[in-house]
Design a protein around this ligand. Structure first.
Ligand SMILES: NC(=O)c1ccc[n+]([C@@H]2O[C@H](COP(=O)([O-])OP(=O)(O)OC[C@H]3O[C@@H](n4cnc5c(N)ncnc54)[C@H](O)[C@@H]3O)[C@@H](O)[C@H]2O)c1
Length: 384
């Protein structure tokens, strides 16, 4: 896997390596099958830390904890493991406090690392803990959902949720290494894989039309878990994110493009109380379709882009409209707009929206007045 030292021929089993270039905080994202089994060696080579504490959730632990513990143990790095309850409610102040205390009880020192083994929930919580325990420990992300591999494990955002909203308390803390093992996705429920796929497609839709065209041909292989297709899909998405993060690490400008579909999507998630009614990626699929439709209404898109986006998501069984929000109360335009007003991108009470001029041509705008958005949402809900 690591390639023989001095060998001239490229190793076909070598992972794809995407650098995230942030000066002294630069790091690599290694992507491919079997990466996790080499975690101990790779952490020694890339991070050079002392011991490592693993943070994971009970679902992930059942499938993937033992090989990681064995790899860290064989390298003499394993300091202990914290297994947390799965689910979004784990991104809370209480869980953060408990985790910090457990890490301190393990005797972690300042050069010891945290290894986040899990999806975006574990990555966000463990990343937050890593940024504050002993005023900052090295962090290694080992993402186990497609969403975490293409998106949340890269870029250094950490967060927990509060009663006021999602991800409103957090820090920026870049990992020192990301190990995205495509093999671990084989145990992910298909619905979770499809939802994570939306975040991959987002990179094509916001800035890389060739990538979106490739996904239009290859999405079935990606969603069926084909290792080569997954590795390519993840590598291109991560390369897209890495380039944007390198130019705007703390989201003062261009990084907001990564929120394509998220202002609408987060409002739908909040409206459905972050329940299994709508997974994050499913809400983002609807949000992206809404962003493209609003762009079309406002005259930014003149071709068949909206139809292509909707057809792509529909073919994968993903929701594309308000009518696809399952069960319970129907979304309400005023309530959605109210939630959108809590968005972190609101400036002086004015919404920031990510719209598009076509596939791969997203842009940031603060020019859309709230009544226009309210009217648009009302019609989207009414159209069923
Ligand atoms: N920090 C960022 O930049 C960023 C970006 C996007 C999303 N996020 C956050 O990510 C979170 C969503 O992440 P997610 O979709 O990965 O959710 P998640 O972490 O809750 O994982 C989804 C479910 O899959 C299970 N699971 C994870 N890996 C598995 C595996 N390999 N096999 C079997 N089951 C597995 C988990 O236990 C959980 O039940 C949200 O909280 C969101 O706010 C953060």
């Amino acid at each position: 896997m690591l390639g023989a030292e001095g060998s001239m021929a490229p190793d076909p089993m070598a992972p794809a390596t995407i650098p995230v270039t942030l000066g002294e905080r630069s790091y690599n994202v290694l992507i491919g099958p079997g990466v996790m089994a080499c975690a101990g060696e790779l952490i020694k080579a890339h991070v050079g830390t002392g011991k490592c504490a693993i943070v994971t959730d009970a679902n992930v632990a059942r499938h993937h904890l033992t090989p990681l513990e064995m790899s860290l143990g064989a390298a003499g790095l394993h300091a202990g493991t914290a297994v947390l309850p799965p689910g979004e409610t784990t991104k809370s102040f209480q869980a953060l406090t408990d985790l910090c205390e457990r890490l301190l009880a393990m005797g972690l020192e300042r050069r010891d690392a945290l290894v986040a083994l899990g999806g975006g929930v574990i990555g966000d919580l463990a990343g937050f803990a890593a940024s504050i325990v002993r005023r900052g420990l090295p962090l290694v992300q080992v993402p186990t959902t497609l969403l975490a591999q293409v998106d949340s494990s890269v870029g250094g955002k950490t967060a927990i949720n509060t009663p006021q909203g999602k991800n409103l308390v957090g820090t920026f803390h870049q990992p020192r290494l990301v190990l995205a093992d495509t093999d671990v996705l084989s145990t992910l429920p298909p619905r979770q894989l499809r939802a994570g796929y939306v975040e991959a497609a987002k990179y094509g839709l916001l800035g890389d039309p060739q990538y979106f065209a490739w996904l239009e041909q290859n999405a079935p292989a990606v969603c069926a878990g084909n290792a080569a297709a997954l590795t390519h899909a993840i590598a291109i998405a991560v390369r897209g994110k890495a380039a944007i993060v390198a130019r705007d690490e703390t989201e003062t400008g261009e990084r907001m493009l990564l929120n394509l579909g998220h202002t609408f999507g987060h409002a739908l998630e909040a409206f459905t109380h972050f329940s299994d009614r709508l997974l994050h990626g499913e809400a983002i699929a609807i949000g992206i379709c809404l962003a493209f439709r609003l762009s079309e209404e406002l005259g930014h898109i003149g071709n068949n882009s909206v139809a292509r986006v909707e057809a792509h998501f529909s073919a994968l069984g993903l929701p594309t409209s308000m009518a696809h929000v399952p069960g319970g109360e129907k979304p309400n335009a005023a309530a959605l707009l109210g939630i959108m007003g809590q968005d972190k991108k609101v400036r002086g009470g004015q919404l920031t929206l990510i719209l598009a001029r076509g596939i791969g041509e997203a842009f940031i705008t603060r020019d859309i007045a709230a009544p226009i958005v309210l009217d648009f949402l009302s019609r989207q809900i009414a159209r069923g």
